[in-house]
Design a protein around this ligand. Structure first.
Ligand SMILES: *Cc1c(COP(=O)(O)O)cnc(C)c1O
Length: 430
């Protein structure tokens, strides 16, 4: 399978190059040249998660990774449960937070770590992975690559804009992981990473790759759980997915799954007040904004990079996008009310991102009166946001075991401005 750049579809690269480059040299994002339609009749409920993952990912990687190696990768990457919880006869929650860092980013990060280290195995090269994070990507990537020889991970995170737990997860691993605390927003961090990739001095100095959702290798594993949810719910004729969205990598994975043959009545892109996407659907114009801080901080993105991929998938036709995707934004007050309602109605605690997903599905039902099976993607464990949730629910929330260890360790981060020149100097001298 070849991958083309959204800025120029005539130049293509193989999976390995797309993986290592992250961003195409012309600044575009890689997209698969074709999306295979799979035989979904063969998707039955006896399939294990890793088996399904191999079935869906192999068509994209087969020129570079044999099926048996891909199978090993998927078995070790996806070794945690992916349960779907039925709330009532129409609505279910797909819990994507049972990986080691308790957010859905583990799926992509663990897959990428395995593919990258596989390709590096026989090469005597050191690779630096640059990653900007709004909170969860950094820790998932750090955790995925921790201790792997030949790989250095440098995480850029926005100072004071990640939760205390997220910060601990980012800054306490040590070893081959370095955290840069950036005086700026997530969008600044993302821009710094993108700029670094276009800096010839840096590219000549060290082998750089990105683990952000600008990397197409993140999208492939993020398509699998949509198919998984559809199978677990009994392969309905069609379903609705509500996706709490920020940079739109998760949703783009869903669009791939849909094109591969998973039937979807509608995707709902549920956002917080960082509403570039819902505004784009209603106006046809992309007006990037300064990110606003919210309770669902991993979705505080004012320049959603995967929008470029979504436009590309639909030939830049916003009307076509609207056939497949609806999008609404919700503020923190609505999110808090939703959190309490979900506890009251279902005795089920969700994190603030997932609460936004609930609101999106509810809005869709109000507007369309659709009773189609609805699946909300739950993107993080509520325990990660215990500081926000405890005052709302009025009780103590137990910290998951995985987090207790990070919480007692000392933060280690380099403070840095949001200027490219500072990052450049750091990368040239360390
Ligand atoms: C990253 C993240 C999101 C947003 O996902 P995108 O792929 O950036 O749209 C939502 N919820 C949580 C908990 C996240 O970590």
């Amino acid at each position: 399978m070849h991958f083309y750049s959204t800025k120029d579809s005539s130049k293509t690269v193989g999976f390995k190059d797309a993986l290592f480059q992250g961003l195409a040299p012309d600044g575009g994002l890689y997209m698969p040249k074709s999306i295979p339609v799979l035989n979904t009749d063969s998707f039955n409920s006896n399939l294990t998660y890793p088996e399904l993952a191999v079935g869906m990912i192999h068509p994209f990687t087969k020129d570079d990774i044999s099926k048996s190696i891909l199978t090993d990768m998927c078995e070790s990457a996806f070794d945690f449960s992916v349960p779907i919880i039925e709330l009532n006869e129409n609505d279910s929650v797909l819990e994507l937070f049972h990986g080691p860092t308790l957010a859905f980013k583990d799926f992509a990060a663990r897959f990428m770590a395995r593919t990258i280290s596989y390709f590096l195995e026989n090469e005597n090269q050191e690779l630096t992975i640059l990653v900007a994070t709004s909170g969860d990507t950094g820790s998932a990537v750090a955790n995925g690559f921790f201790g792997i020889d030949g790989i250095k991970v440098i995480i850029l995170y926005p100072s004071k804009r990640v939760s205390p737990i997220q910060e601990k997860q980012l800054t306490t691993l040590g070893g081959n992981i370095t955290a840069l605390e950036i005086d700026g927003t997530f969008d600044d961090c993302q821009q710094m990473v993108k700029t670094a990739f276009r800096d010839k001095d840096l590219l000549n100095h060290r082998l750089l790759s990105s683990a952000n959702s600008i990397n197409v290798a993140r999208l492939l594993p993020q398509s699998v759980y949509y198919a998984w949810a559809w199978i677990q719910c009994g392969k309905n004729e069609t379903v609705v997915f509500s996706v709490p969205s920020g940079n739109f990598g998760n949703l783009t994975g869903g669009l791939l799954a849909n094109k591969m043959g998973i039937p979807v009545e509608k995707f709902i892109a549920s956002t917080n007040v960082n509403d570039v996407f819902p505004k784009y659907l209603s106006s046809g114009n992309v007006n990037n904004q300064e990110a606003v801080q919210t309770l669902s901080n991993a979705m505080d993105v004012g320049v959603p990079s995967n929008l470029e991929r979504i436009q590309n998938l639909f030939y830049d036709d916003v009307d076509q996008i609207k056939v497949d995707i609806s999008s609404w934004s919700f503020n923190d007050e609505q999110t808090k009310i939703a959190l309490r309602n979900i506890i009251e109605n279902y005795n089920y605690l969700v994190d603030p991102h997932t609460a936004v997903g609930f609101l999106g599905l509810e809005k869709y039902r109000d507007k369309t009166h659709s009773t189609t099976k609805g699946i909300i993607l739950s993107t993080a464990h509520p325990g990660k946001f215990h500081d926000v949730l405890e005052p709302l629910v009025g009780e103590k929330i137990a910290l998951p075991e995985q987090l207790k260890f990070a919480m007692i360790k000392e933060k280690a981060a380099h403070y840095m401005s949001n200027r490219h020149s500072d990052l450049k100097e750091f990368l040239l001298t360390t």
